[in-house]
Ligand binder design. Structure first.
Ligand code: FES
Length: 223
């Protein structure tokens, strides 16, 4: 028979479970942030950003300042650069290979805007491999790009998995996203796709990869 004591115990257990989950999530995020900054060699960078700010929708904290959000990180014509700030040309990735790289928007004056919220996945398949809900006019010569900030709890999506390593994989809780279908969620707890960044190839002789507009949706955790 159920008693008030039992009910209180159940409530306490549930509350403790929720606390445990939240701690686990924050620890995952901190570990991910540490890996991100380690990958950047970012002892200087880490002093500028709140590591715990990686979780949630506080894009000011995520980006290192109020000037950046999903609509301003990239705008039409922003050059896509590698982690060292080098602009990328159309031959950066072999067409049809399905390979990907982590890229960033170019800062004003040059260099990579290396902040977590700006981390972007650039991938190149064949043009005909894509289907909706991919924003097809946001692909160019087989290239597409997506935010690397997981929509579950804000970790950086950094791995590949699935058939022929087609999908992006978040290492924190194994959410899996299909880049050929608008980075829709294949499995895992992420509630929505990775936002797509429309890209094009500049017709200026250098054939640089550029954004043709901002991210299509807000970046980070949450619906
Ligand atoms: S943060 Fe949980 S699956 Fe990515």
């Amino acid at each position: 028979m159920s008693t008030n004591d039992d009910t209180d115990a159940d409530t306490d257990a549930q509350a403790q479970s929720e606390v445990d989950y939240e701690e686990d999530r924050l620890q995952s995020t901190r570990r991910n942030a540490a890996k991100f900054f380690a990958a950047l060699g970012g002892a200087a960078a880490i002093g500028s950003f709140a590591v715990t700010g990686l979780y949630g929708l506080d894009e000011s904290a995520l980006s290192g300042g109020p000037d950046y959000n999903y609509q301003t990180l990239y705008t039409q014509g922003t050059r896509v650069v590698d982690g060292e700030g080098n602009p990328l040309t159309v031959d950066a990735i072999e067409q049809g290979s399905g390979e990907s790289m982590t890229v960033f928007p170019e800062k004003e004056g040059g260099g990579a805007l290396q902040v977590p919220v700006a981390t972007t996945l650039l991938v190149r398949f064949s043009e005909g491999d894509y289907s909706e809900p991919t924003m097809l006019d946001g692909t160019a010569q087989g290239y597409s790009a997506y935010s690397a900030v997981c929509t579950h709890a804000g970790c950086t999506v950094s791995q590949r998995t699935g058939p022929n390593d087609r999908d992006f994989l978040c290492p924190c809780h194994q959410s899996q996203f299909n880049p050929l279908s608008g980075a829709e969620v294949v499995s895992g707890p992420a509630p929505r796709p990775l936002p797509q960044l429309p890209v094009g190839v500049a017709e200026d002789g250098e054939q640089l990869i550029i954004a043709t507009g901002p991210f299509e949706a807000h970046i980070g955790a949450g619906e």
